[in-house]
Design a binder for this molecule. Structure first.
Ligand code: OAD
Length: 259
């Protein structure tokens, strides 16, 4: 990342009155949570999404699917927010109208201090009944190093005895309506959208930065690699989130950081 481009982007950030921060798996990569599509480490390079992240997969083999999400929940529970998450919370603290929209199912934004991030793809900590849709408790503790292929029988719903499923959005499922509407609304009303650590390939979430651009917002992207959003972004900052985001916050508001 060039110093000049971070400085310029910092100026844009400081001038913006309404900001949306749109994040994907890359913002949690430096916390040790794997992304989905990175060449060597992405989850979808070593796991078959069709066998793990679809309603059909859960119907066919609930223990395989539940066990895999419990492994992911354990990974997240052992992870800590990184400097990128902290910088996002700093932006929120500084800007009166800042909305965090994440595709991530981890809770690292919340643990870094973000107040109410919009989770477009659900959450690992919001299981619900697959039959009656009532919320179910998060199982006590996290599995001990459950291993990435270990099966685990899902709990039963206390109301209808249906199988409890992870509270995440699977392929072929609709996004939570209220979350999607709030994200579109924020994107269409912002004057700067900061997209961080997403390949921008999964729709409808990937529409969010495009909506902002259509409504004439400035789009700033932070990503070490080229992405499908390069063409949408006015400024591309190439680098890891945990380095670039703190530098951006310093460029916007000085070393003292947010007020
Ligand atoms: P992807 O795995 O598709 O993309 C991760 C992005 O993060 C890539 O563009 C990487 O270059 C970038 N990246 C890697 N390390 C980074 C770092 N340290 N700092 C910043 N960026 C970094 O993940 P998403 O775009 O989040 O959906 O994927 C979107 C959706 O696809 C996910 O929410 C998930 C998945 O299937 C569901 O589960 C519904």
């Amino acid at each position: 990342m060039g110093e000049r481009s971070v400085r310029d982007a910092g100026t844009l950030l400081a001038q913006a009155r309404r900001i949306v921060v749109f994040t994907g798996a890359g913002v949690s990569a430096e916390s040790g949570v794997p992304t989905f599509r990175d060449a060597l480490t992405g989850l979808w390079r070593s796991f078959d999404a069709q066998r793990l992240a679809t309603p059909e997969a859960f119907r066919e083999d609930p223990a395989l699917v539940w066990g895999w999400y419990e492994w992911r929940r354990a990974t997240v529970a052992r992870a800590r927010p990184n400097a990128g998450h902290v910088a996002v919370a700093a932006i929120e603290a500084r800007v009166a109208h800042a909305v965090v929209v994440t595709q991530n199912v981890d809770d690292l934004h919340e643990r870094a201090g973000s107040v109410a991030p919009i989770h477009l793809h659900g959450s690992l900590s919001a299981p619900r009944c697959s039959a009656c849709a009532r919320p179910a408790p998060v199982p006590d503790g996290v599995p001990d190093e459950p291993g990435d292929g270990r099966r685990a029988a899902p709990p039963r719903c206390a109301h209808c005895a249906g199988l409890v499923r992870p509270g995440v959005v699977w392929f072929g499922e609709a996004l939570p309506t209220a979350a999607l509407e709030a994200a579109v609304q924020a994107a269409s009303a912002c004057d700067l959208l900061l997209t961080v650590g997403t390949s921008g390939l999964v729709y409808p979430a990937a529409e969010i930065p495009r909506v902002a651009a259509r409504f004439a917002a400035t789009v700033v992207q932070v990503n070490p690699e080229e992405t499908a959003l390069d063409a949408v972004a006015d400024v591309n900052l190439r680098g890891p989130a945990a380095q670039v985001l703190p530098a951006l916050v310093r460029a916007a508001w000085g070393d003292a950081g947010p007020a």
